[in-house]
Design a protein around this ligand. Structure first.
Ligand SMILES: *[C@@H]1O[C@H](CO)[C@@H](O)[C@H](O)[C@H]1NC(C)=O
Ligand SMILES: *[C@@H]1O[C@H](CO)[C@@H](O)[C@H](O)[C@H]1NC(C)=O
Ligand SMILES: *[C@@H]1O[C@H](CO)[C@@H](O)[C@H](O)[C@H]1NC(C)=O
Ligand SMILES: *[C@@H]1O[C@H](CO)[C@@H](O)[C@H](O)[C@H]1NC(C)=O
Ligand SMILES: *[C@@H]1O[C@H](CO)[C@@H](O)[C@H](O)[C@H]1NC(C)=O
Ligand SMILES: *[C@@H]1O[C@H](CO)[C@@H](O)[C@H](O)[C@H]1NC(C)=O
Length: 427
């Protein structure tokens, strides 16, 4: 079975929403108006059957593979560190001001090598070593790591979008529940309707890197490319330019933070980790471990642990199991917490994107008066219902899409099948 997304070769009259200065050093362009998103009424967007959802579809985006990093590889791939736009951005940054912090290395087992790091003093505010969230270098955006309101569950899902998540987004929509969604750049181009659904439904979209590599192990140039091309992909498809992001596995230090700050990105971390993705993947972590984590965190909503401030919980939309964990526990979270909120809402970030056309109601606005669990507050004016269009008719096909500049060879057959059946492991 061969699976590819063929992108309709529509001409694109790209325009930028970003300000004049930003336009000089970035190329965040889009034809999508985030307030007027239509998603076609086709099986790929309506079915709950993973095979039907993930069958080939025509997308309204022209994606010239030559203009993007290779899917799921470090974003300097495919010559993207020498493109005109990236070079302009790279040269606009005064690298002499970058913190002099080494690129981290990995152990033979693949983990981060901390053997030479001064963990006791943690000079680089390296989260992976100490869970440090307050930068020790000047002029760096500080991390967000909790929701300030008491008894608040900050709802975040990593690793989307994905072709097979209609049931999950339908569930959130039915419950009027908003979440912060951390999208991987490669996934956004692979499954554009998944990303469009996220912004159409009023979720808070953030970047989650291009290739999900541990950021501290990358060079300055690679980090910039991972952040830049992910933001560019999200903007290109959804029409919004995220100002927030999350590093894979939380791996950031002041060097990574400084680079993110140069392109106006702020990291959102977490305080509670469900380990949902790791069940039956990491030795010693089973589904029961995750059930126990949920039970513990849920109890903390009403036992006084979060009497003075809330949390942000790390969960994933990566596969059926992780989505089902959340759906199963949602009623208990509602019963034990006063608020379940996306991070833009709980942090009262009215504009989490460069574009001001999408706004979130600061906490204390609409959400405070809701009975039971408040559920987030995105206002996407003029969002429209799905409707079929000729250019987006369903087209399942076992045939490879023809190669060429209008085809994004996102993922190949065996990888797709592995992904579909949950064999692709994300750590
Ligand atoms: C960051 O934001 C500032 C202020 O809005 C803007 O001038 C600058 O161009 C932005 N930088 C990038 C890389 O988007
Ligand atoms: C781009 O990346 C390649 C591979 O990492 C490297 O050899 C090359 O020097 C980089 N080019 C520039 C202009 O930095
Ligand atoms: C900006 O991005 C668009 C879409 O990817 C592309 O067509 C265009 O050539 C890019 N412009 C520059 C100056 O790189
Ligand atoms: C997970 O798979 C089961 C069995 O196919 C299905 O009933 C359920 O709706 C799926 N969950 C989600 C969130 O897609
Ligand atoms: C596709 O599969 C081939 C081997 O079957 C592999 O070498 C290649 O890296 C894969 N491409 C992608 C994008 O995964
Ligand atoms: C996509 O979703 C499927 C099914 O939920 C999952 O098994 C797979 O790991 C996901 N793939 C990626 C790349 O997120």
């Amino acid at each position: 079975m061969v699976w590819k997304i063929q992108i309709a070769a529509l001409s694109v009259a790209a325009y930028a929403f970003a300000g004049a200065n930003a336009a000089a050093v970035t190329n965040y362009t889009s034809t999508t108006d985030p307030t007027k998103i239509t998603i076609p009424d086709i099986t790929q967007t309506t079915s709950h059957d993973p095979a039907a959802e993930c069958s080939w579809y025509t997308s309204p985006y022209t994606i010239n593979a030559a203009e993007w990093p290779t899917s799921w590889t470090i974003a300097t791939s495919n010559g993207m560190n020498t493109s005109k736009e990236f070079t302009a951005l790279y040269n606009s940054i005064d690298w002499t001001k970058a913190p002099n912090i080494p690129v981290r290395t990995r152990t033979a087992a693949g983990g981060l090598d901390m053997s030479t790091y001064d963990t006791a003093n943690d000079p680089d505010c390296w989260w992976s070593a100490t869970q440090c969230v307050k930068p020790k270098t000047a002029d760096i955006n500080a991390d967000i790591y909790n929701c300030p309101q008491p008894s608040t569950w900050g709802l975040t899902f990593d690793d989307g979008p994905n072709c097979s998540h209609n049931a999950f987004y339908d569930f959130l929509e039915e419950k009027k529940q908003k979440a912060s969604m951390f999208y991987i750049g490669s996934n956004v181009l692979n499954w554009p309707y998944g990303a469009l659904r996220g912004v159409k439904d009023g979720h808070h979209l953030c970047g989650h890197t291009w290739s999900h590599t541990m950021m501290t192990t990358l060079t300055n140039q690679e980090i910039l490319a991972e952040l830049y091309y992910t933001t560019k992909a999200i903007k290109y498809v959804t029409g919004v330019t995220p100002l927030y992001w999350r590093p894979a596995q939380g791996d950031l230090d002041d060097r990574v933070r400084w680079i993110a700050t140069q392109i106006n990105l702020t990291a959102i971390l977490w305080g509670l980790d469900t380990d949902d993705w790791a069940a039956n993947v990491t030795p010693g972590i089973t589904e029961q471990t995750v059930e126990d984590n949920y039970a513990k965190f849920i109890a903390q909503g009403s036992d006084g642990t979060f009497a003075n401030s809330g949390n942000i919980v790390l969960t994933h939309e990566i596969n059926n199991m992780t989505m089902d964990f959340f759906i199963e526990h949602y009623p208990a979270i509602q019963a034990n917490y006063k608020n379940i909120l996306d991070v833009a809402t709980c942090q009262s970030i009215q504009y989490p994107y460069v574009e001001k056309s999408v706004s979130f109601t600061p906490f204390g606005g609409a959400s405070a008066s809701a009975s039971g669990s408040a559920s987030g507050s995105a206002k996407v004016s003029g969002a429209t219902k799905p409707s079929g269009t000729a250019s987006s008719a369903a087209q399942s096909s076992g045939q490879a899409a023809s190669a060429g500049s209008s085809t994004f060879n996102s993922i190949n057959g065996s990888l797709f099948i592995a992904a579909l059946f949950g064999l692709l492991v994300m750590v």
